[in-house]
Each structure stands twice: as structure tokens, then as C-alpha cells.
Write a protein that binds this ligand. Structure first.
Ligand code: GLN
Length: 479
């Protein structure tokens, strides 16, 4: 039955509908594969018995023609999404014994659509990292080459999709955590418009940037999954009360594309192989009829410093709630209230999280607020305006997802070098725009991603372009 796990989501949906196989057979096949590939460390929790039972219930529904859109499809959730009565760790010792009293809207929506949650995926601690090495649960291995990083922070989700350990996986992206691991693992990842998917029950890192999305085998699968995950939620005050377009229809529609290329950024790239691979991908789309326009994003070079002020600032405020009293790890060795706070946080958080809290607290402190935080917000506005200007003449913007393909685990020790992983992904988060990554070639025998950024609320357009590319190429196929 191992061929069932190789199928795309769309093929699994069709096969279940015409009863070529059952949900229980797909679930069993994934559960077997998860056991075989345990050393990849993709999952923090696996719900073996429960997913088998839920698969049987799905099969009963299918037999009675009570079929919901994702009925009986085994999926994985990044361990940042709360699920009632389940452990939700966010990759941290701080939450290693936290059992959520409620479910995230992302889980509820996909659960209501009939999907079966097979487990929760490994991730960088509190989603801070680009290599999955900050996880309290140990790093994930890249299924294509186990010496290499799967990327981060959603490395567990990307590797699980690539290793055929779930049909698709949810993930989150604050500065690139869906797209960079998708690029490293040769899968498709989409971060929708900020506010498109509810953040209710998704553990906060940097609230004005955090957005949930999907990692899947291809753009068509991602479109289907995203459709059932999106929508207004009054429990999230930043949720957009906007119609969710039918991404499933849009991904396959006949559409015209004008692709903007930030020429300066491409010419300034240090890695020739990444630049050549990018140019090759664009020429494929151009030959297919897409129009190519040069664009200017003059402030984009300030994205990285602006992000690394705004994200830590928000993180320092969000993570203040882990005080050893209301949530998470509580130190045993205390003799005063102050000790309880200090020791619980010292023991519960890992090094990278502590670094971010320090930086963020500094940037928000009296005397530095204007110099750092307010300045970063101004830069954020300028970057947003650059995009608004560009979208007056183009329907999407293309650039590489990352300036390199995957690197060896343990090879980057300088935090700034690690932060540079996000150089091309951060701008879309700062501007709140939808963006995706699709495999578009290889560099050093590892996949490399093409990033497509869409206009506000126009996920359909980039999914459509991605699907066009995947019809013309086979970079997305697992070989
Ligand atoms: N790598 C980035 C960081 O560490 C992005 C993380 C994310 O998108 N969650 O902040």
C-alpha cells in the first residue's frame, strides 16, 4: 500500500471517492512509513490509534455518501497549533508538558473538513530559527540528504511532506518559515495574505507577522488545503472579513500573468548558481506566455534589519506570558517569587529564544524605542509602499526563496549568518502579502525554490502561476 502515500492530495481525494482504496489504508500506510523513518525526527507526537479510528469513521462516512471535502485525508499539524487535550509544545521545553484546553481555528477548520490529524510536527523553538536546530526535541533531518538541514522553522512539516509521512501539513511563516523549508525539501509551501487564516490557538511569535499556511506536494494540493483552512474568524481581531476565493478553481483557471522581477536584487546576488537557476525558471514562464517586467523595490534591502527589530520586539512581549505560573515549565528550585520567574524562564527557554527576548526587550526600552522599534516600523511602511507601486504594473513578483540550497546541520554558528537565510522571504511578511515557494531546480544537488509574491488577497494568482510552472516542469516530483 506504499503507493498510496506517494499520491497527491487530489489523487487521494479522487481514489477515496471512487473507493479505489480506503482512508484506513492510507492512514495505515502513513503510520508504517512514520515508524520506518522515525530517525528523520519529523514528528513530536503521533496519534496512531486515534487516526486509525478516525480513518474508519471516515470510511463509514464515505460508504454513506456523507463526504466532506477532505474526508479521510491524513494530515499533520505543526506543533504550534493547539489541539484540545493534546500536547502542544511549540518545540520548547517551556511547553513540553502543556496540554491545550482548546483547539486552534486551523485545526477545527481542517477537522471539520474531514481531515485526519495523524500527528504534530517538529519545529524550531517558538518558530525562531531557519534550520530546525533550535527545537528542544532535536533537529529534523532533510529526507533528501540526512546530513543537511530541512530548513526552519517548519522543518518538520516540510520534511514530513517530502518523506511521504502525511498528505499535507500545516505550517506557519513569520519571516519565511514555510517557504525556506519548502525550498530546502523540494516541496510547495504557501504563506497566504496576513489575516487570511485565523491565528486563534496558534502560539504567537510576532503577532503582526505570523501567518499560518500549507506545505504540500504541489500547488494544486496547496490550493485545496488552503481553501479549507482560510476564512474570517471573529476570535482573531486581525482576521480579514473578506470572501475566500475558490483557490481550487483559480489554481487551474486560464489566467494571464505579468511577472515583476526586482532586477537589482537579482544582479546583486552572490550565488551564481542560484541566480542562473532563477533566470532559467523565469525563462520557462516567459516562453509559456507570461510577460516579464522589471521592477524596483528600493527599500527591500532594509527588510532584514527591520524584521530583526520588529520580530524580537513582538516576541519579547508575547513570551512574557510564560512566567512559570500560568503556563508551562515551573522551576522546582526556588526560594522567592522572583526566583520562580527567573528560574522558570531560564530553564524553560533555549538560547535562541533568550537572544530574541533580550534583543526585543532592548529595542522596546525607554530611550531606544524610537531609535530602533519606531524606525523599523517606518522602514516597514516604505517596503509596503514599494510593493504597492510594483503591483500597479504586475500581477506577481518573482525572486528566489533563499540565497542558497540546504546546508549541513551544525555548519552555521553565527546567528547573523542564520538570519540571512530569510533575506528574500521577510519582505512579504513585512508587507502582509501572500507568497509561495515551489521547487525550481537544483544547486549542489539539492532543491532550490522559486518564490512568487502576490498582491494583497490574491493567493489565487500565484497558485495559478505555480501550477502553470509545475505543468511545464518536473522539479516538484519526488525522485
Ligand atoms: N527564520 C526566521 C526567524 O527565525 C523566520 C521564522 C518564522 O518564519 N517563524 O525569525
Amino acid at each position: 500500500m506504499s503507493e498510496l502515500i506517494n499520491l497527491s492530495l487530489t489523487d487521494q481525494i479522487h481514489g477515496l471517492a471512487d473507493k479505489s482504496f480506503s482512508s484506513r489504508e492510507i492512514a495505515d500506510a502513513y503510520l508504517d512509513e512514520i515508524k520506518k523513518k522515525k530517525s528523520l525526527n519529523c514528528y513530536i507526537s503521533v496519534f496512531e490509534e486515534e487516526s486509525k479510528e478516525n480513518a474508519l469513521l471516515a470510511d463509514e462516512n464515505i460508504a454513506q455518501n456523507k463526504v466532506r471535502p477532505l474526508e479521510g485525508i491524513p494530515i499533520a499539524h505543526k506543533d504550534i497549533f493547539c489541539i484540545k487535550d493534546k500536547k502542544t509544545t511549540c518545540g520548547s521545553k517551556m511547553l513540553s508538558s502543556f496540554i491545550s484546553p482548546y483547539s486552534s481555528e486551523v485545526f477545527t477548520k481542517l477537522d471539520n473538513a474531514g481531515a485526519i490529524t495523524i500527528g504534530k510536527t517538529n519545529m524550531d523553538e517558538f518558530a525562531m530559527g531557519s534550520s530546525n536546530e533550535t527545537s528542544f526535541y532535536g533537529n529534523v533531518l532533510n529526507p533528501i540528504n540526512e546530513k543537511l538541514s530541512p530548513g526552519g522553522s517548519s522543518g518538520g512539516s516540510a520534511a514530513a511532506v517530502r518523506a511521504n509521512l502525511c498528505s499535507f501539513a500545516t505550517a506557519t511563516d513569520t519571516g519565511g518559515s514555510i517557504r525556506q523549508p519548502a525550498s530546502f525539501c523540494g516541496v510547495t509551501g504557501i504563506k497566504p495574505t496576513y489575516g487570511r487564516v485565523s491565528r486563534w490557538g496558534m502560539i504567537a511569535f510576532a503577532s503582526s507577522l505570523d501567518q499560518a499556511g500549507i506545505i504540500a506536494k504541489n500547488a494544486k494540493d496547496a490550493a485545496v488545503a488552503l481553501k479549507y483552512m482560510s476564512g474570517f474568524d471573529q476570535k482573531d481581531s486581525t482576521s480579514l472579513n473578506e470572501e475566500v476565493k475558490d483557490f481550487q478553481k483559480e489554481v487551474d483557471a486560464d489566467q494571464e500573468h505579468v511577472i515583476g522581477i526586482p532586477k537589482e536584487l537579482i544582479e546583486n546576488m552572490k550565488n551564481d548558481q542560484v541566480r542562473d537557476s532563477f533566470k532559467n525558471a523565469i525563462s520557462i514562464l516567459e516562453k509559456d506566455g507570461a510577460k516579464i517586467e522589471e521592477i524596483n523595490l528600493p527599500h527591500i534591502e532594509y527588510s532584514l534589519p527591520a524584521y530583526y527589530v520588529i520580530a524580537p520586539a513582538e516576541c519579547s512581549a508575547n513570551l512574557a506570558r510564560y512566567d512559570g505560573i500560568r503556563f508551562g515549565h515551573r522551576s522546582e528550585s526556588v526560594s522567592s517569587l522572583e526566583d520562580l520567574y527567573v528560574n522558570s524562564r531560564t530553564e524553560g527557554f533555549g538560547r535562541e529564544v533568550k537572544n530574541r527576548i533580550f534583543i526585543g526587550t532592548f529595542c522596546l526600552s525607554t530611550g531606544y524605542y524610537d531609535a530602533f522599534y519606531n524606525k523599523a516600523l517606518k522602514i516597514r511602511n516604505l517596503i509596503k509602499r514599494d510593493f504597492d507601486e510594483a503591483f500597479k504594473k504586475v500581477t506577481s513578483i518573482a525572486m528566489p526563496t533563499c540565497s542558497n540550497s540546504s546546508f549541513e546541520l551544525g555548519s552555521i554558528s553565527d546567528p547573523v549568518e542564520m538570519y540571512e537565510q530569510d533575506i528574500y522571504t521577510i519582505p512579504a511578511n513585512l508587507a502582509g502579502l501572500p507568497a509561495l515557494s515551489i521547487p525550481s531546480g537544483k544547486v549542489n544537488e539539492m532543491p532550490i525554490g522559486l518564490q512568487l509574491i502576490g498582491n494583497y488577497l490574491d493567493e489565487g494568482k500565484i497558485l495559478n502561476l505555480a501550477n502553470k510552472f509545475q505543468k511545464l516542469t518536473d522539479f516538484h516530483e519526488f525522485k
